[in-house]
Design a protein around this ligand. Structure first.
Ligand code: ACM
Ligand code: ZN
Length: 756
């Protein structure tokens, strides 16, 4: 049974019959070399076709056992009868020691058969994957009658030796089958590393014999609604994942975080923290003060026990030890940590972290393992022999290369797959340059790159929509390099191959997401001063429809509509002709100050402009995400804005939205005062709000807090001024005590009797 998208490939089959007349079977699905991702380094189309009529003889070199099983099992799932036939093979895998490179391969398809050559087993496997991607998409489901392939010659090798995905199994747990599927998908895209993030504040996922509280306590958290979330991988399950990956020449690098991001372990074993206090497994996100005590030898006994188990189940040469985002406040106040610093002659807590990681690195070295750490491990001195994963931009990569270290790059700018598309769309991922010239000449080395999938906001069922297609762009960049970078033509070419590749992903049930944000909202004022909004569907194959809740009117993407008063545009996303059920919602407010002349007495943060200098009167309100582009912000100080209504109006209400998220240093203001003036010189207070008592140490919630004041008669005025006084420095109880807090506003809303 073939899927309906098959007709295009059938046409190609007919075309090849016409061109080559070499005895093709018109009923057979035809493969294609058009949609290969990553694109091979060199590809030459040959003469004629290879025809497989439902059975295939195989030949492979001795020792190619697990991989051969993967090949055979794929063929058998496709319904093709595959058996060893060294005398007359249709598909030959051969070792060719004369070839160079650990994963380079050659693939030849000729009328007489298909042949993959490499100096290594890994290269043979990469070649097989390329061959699989040239086979008809239908074969992913079943092509029992056979297939035909155009003759082709491919020479290929990756630019970077380390090409991976970080999968965070901690913030949300994923089942083993899901992990195995991701390994298959990594292999499909020429990737060779699964960086498996297994320990975190919010959950410890690795069962370690002899440490039962890890699976009993550290693996589970209670969510704010009282439900339980968690899970862990048994020794057997870990082995299954590792073996499955190994058969596909994918290294699983476990990440065991230290000294920070360790709350779950400390919840299970509180004596390993500086205070010894019992803490629960947290259910909120962020960075936590409680970290392993560096002065307590029991910490190292625990971590060595964990690592001894880790090395027994993960055979790869490298272990990731985290090292990121470890606040030092507990260490500064801990007599044991301070004694350790004195004994070891360490000048500060950063050096204590280096000592901590160095000590664990030494232990792992005795087991023949090297360590990788996030770029924070450069602070206080890089431990001997450690590789660095640069995530806070490429600065860490630069420093580490200059120090002679091995480096993996995954900067937030291009490689964070958990980020929304408005931060990193497909094209931005594709334009990532993992090997800039400035880092190409050592003494250290860029080994490769990773796409990072953190899962705070992504339960398992959402992960694929975040990872794909952006990881596919990164996979091409990591494999092919950017020999043709910068040329937009390269991206256009990638997209045309991706369109074909999507058909394969459909056959494999990959729930890939969009390539870019589905809509673009713009607002303006009509000649009568009304707010006019326009929501346009953006991106290839994307369509939109929706409703304006203000009056229930139906919205078609691309048609402007007038907004009177507050309401929401609720939009639905369609892709390639199908409504997806994915929605987007925009809060708009056609109030009396929209697009009236505005004076700002402050400079908005360049990161949070809200869309520009008119953001406070653009009619667009902020959502529950302070990064949505609608919020305007400032760190420290006041925000004062003044609007000219154009004529004297009877003001009935003044409002603004305020964002509140104390964990992100975003606080309620101390006060908001609205003033009015008839002439712009004499001002009187219209209304005020005081929130001096709203700072709450245990408030971790993220939300919009609307401040509004209605009055029977606030006006008449022509000018309205809003003074918002920020909370000042973060209070003593806060993780960022003493640093300037942030103030976030979305709009200066003025309602008048005339408008209502
Ligand atoms: C990281 O994103 N904290 C490595
Ligand atoms: Zn301590």
């Amino acid at each position: 049974m073939f899927p309906t998208h098959f007709s295009g490939a059938t046409w190609m089959c007919v075309a090849s019959v016409l061109l080559f007349s070499c005895g093709s079977q018109p009923h057979l699905p035809a493969g294609s070399i058009q949609g290969l991702i990553p694109a091979p380094q060199s590809l030459q189309v040959g003469q004629g076709t290879y025809v497989c009529e439902g059975s295939l003889g195989l030949a492979w070199p001795e020792g190619w056992g697990q991989e051969a099983q993967v090949v055979q099992s794929w063929l058998s799932q496709a319904g093709i009868e595959a058996s060893v036939n060294t005398a007359k093979p249709g598909l030959t895998f051969e070792l060719d020691p004369s070839m160079e490179g650990l994963e380079s391969y050659r693939m030849r398809v000729e009328p007489s058969g298909m042949r993959i050559s490499s100096a290594t087993h890994a290269g043979l496997f990469r070649g097989w994957i390329t061959l699989r991607k040239t086979l008809p998409v239908a074969c992913e489901i079943g092509c029992a009658d056979g297939f035909e392939l155009p003759c082709v010659s491919i020479e290929d090798a990756p630019i970077l030796e380390h090409r991976g995905l970080l999968l965070d199994g901690c913030r949300h747990f994923q089942g083993v089958d899901f992990v195995l599927k991701q390994i298959d998908l990594l292999a499909l895209h020429g990737m060779n590393v699964l960086h498996w993030h297994l320990t975190e504040d919010q959950g410890w996922r690795l069962d370690v014999p002899g440490l039962p509280k890890l699976r009993e306590v550290a693996a589970w958290r209670t969510e704010s609604d009282g439900s339980q979330h968690g899970g862990f991988y048994t020794v057997k399950e870990i082995q299954r994942v590792v073996d499955y990956a190994a058969a596909r020449h994918i290294e699983v690098i476990p990440e065991i975080e230290m000294p920070g991001h360790s709350s779950a372990a400390l919840a299970a074993y509180p004596e390993l923290g500086c205070t010894g206090d019992s803490i629960g497994v947290p259910h909120r996100w962020g960075v936590f003060k409680d970290i392993y005590c560096a002065g307590n030898d029991d910490t190292f006994a625990f971590l060595e026990k964990v690592m001894d188990h880790v090395v027994s189940v993960f055979p790869g040469p490298r272990i990731h030890i985290g090292g990121d985002e470890a606040p030092k406040v507990r260490w500064s106040n801990c007599p044991k940590c301070q004694r350790r610093m004195k004994e070891e002659g360490l000048a500060n807590e950063e050096e204590l972290q280096r000592w901590f990681i160095g000590r664990m690195g030494d232990h792992l070295a005795t087991k023949g393992k090297t360590i990788i750490g996030w770029d924070e491990i450069l602070e206080g001195g890089l431990p001997e022999g450690a590789a660095v994963q640069s995530w806070r931009g490429m600065e860490g990569a630069k420093e580490a290369v200059h120090l002679g270290a091995d480096v993996i790059v995954s900067p937030t700018s291009h490689c964070y797959l958990d980020y929304p598309l408005r931060s990193t769309d497909l094209e931005e991922a594709y334009q990532f340059e993992p090997l800039p010239d400035s880092l190409a000449h050592g003494p250290g080395r860029i080994l490769g790159g990773e796409g990072n999938m953190w899962t705070e906001h992504a339960p398992q069922e959402m992960v694929e929509s975040k990872v794909y297609p952006r990881l596919i762009a990164l996979a091409e960049v990591f494999w092919r390099g950017h020999s043709h970078a910068g040329a937009t033509g390269a991206y256009v070419d990638f997209l045309s191959r991706l369109d074909l590749h999507y058909l394969r992903l459909d056959a494999l049930d990959v729930a890939y997401g969009l390539e870019s944000p589905p809509f673009e909202l713009s607002t303006s004022a009509s000649s009568e001063g009304e707010l006019v909004a326009l929501i346009q569907a953006k991106g290839r194959g994307v369509m939109g429809r929706g409703q304006w809740t203000g009056n229930g009117s139906v919205l078609a993407s691309g048609e402007p509509f007038v907004v009177n008063g507050p309401g929401r545009a609720e939009m639905e996303v369609g892709r390639r002709g199908t409504w997806t059920g994915t929605s987007a919602s925009y809060a708009l407010d056609g109030h009396s100050a929209v697009y009236r002349p505005l004076i700002l007495e402050y400079e908005p943060s360049p990161w949070y402009t809200g869309g520009g200098r008119e953001a406070l009167v653009d009619g667009r309100l902020g959502s529950n995400d302070f990064r949505d582009g609608a919020w305007q912000a400032r760190q420290g100080g006041e925000m004062v804005a003044e609007v000219d209504l154009g004529s004297e109006l009877e003001v009935s209400a003044v409002e603004t939205g305020v964002y509140l998220y104390q964990d992100a240093w975003i606080f309620m203001p101390k006060s908001v005062v609205w003033e009015g003036s008839v002439d712009g010189r004499d001002w009187r207070e219209l209304a005020s709000w005081s929130g001096s008592n709203v700072l709450a140490p245990n408030d971790h919630q993220e939300r919009v807090a609307i401040q509004g004041v209605m009055g029977p008669a606030l006006g008449p005025v022509r000018h309205v001024r809003m003074r918002v006084n920020g909370a000042g420095p973060c209070p003593d109880w806060h993780a960022a005590a003493g640093s300037d807090s942030w103030l976030f506003l979305d709009e200066l809303v003025v309602r008048t009797k005339e408008a209502s």
